[in-house]
Design a protein. Sequence first.
Length: 158
Amino acid sequence: MPTKQSAPATVHRLRALTLLFEEHGNAFARRHGLGGTDVRALIALLDLERAGEPASPTRLARELRLTTASTTVLLDRLERGGHVRRTARTDDRRRVDVAVTEAAKELGWAFSGPLIATIAAVLDERTPAEREAVDRFLDDLTTALGARVDGAHPGPGT
């Protein structure tokens, strides 16, 4: 179990890393006339695609913790910008799937590719066991913090 003394240093490092990721995301958004929620939506859609899961407006609303009405406005804006496309499902024409366009993927890769390459280079300096420990730590932290956001674990004094 970590000591209380070691946790603050790790938390501060994670906060610094989070702020750097946010700065990179904000720079990308500004450069391409997007808002923060637009970028989060594109990332969520790409994550769903990578996982082989269908992306509907309802699913995106849930992922982003937005109302369906707000998600519709968001998708309208992203579609007008050529970043996503909505297509009627073949099994139920009343429902739609949402996908990130190839042009938007290329735009995102042009921006995030160098960032990913930098991260990969740092990871390449680690042993497989170290990378496994980092992955486990990040997975566990993501799960724990995700549960707190979902309200499953109220904070102290609640």
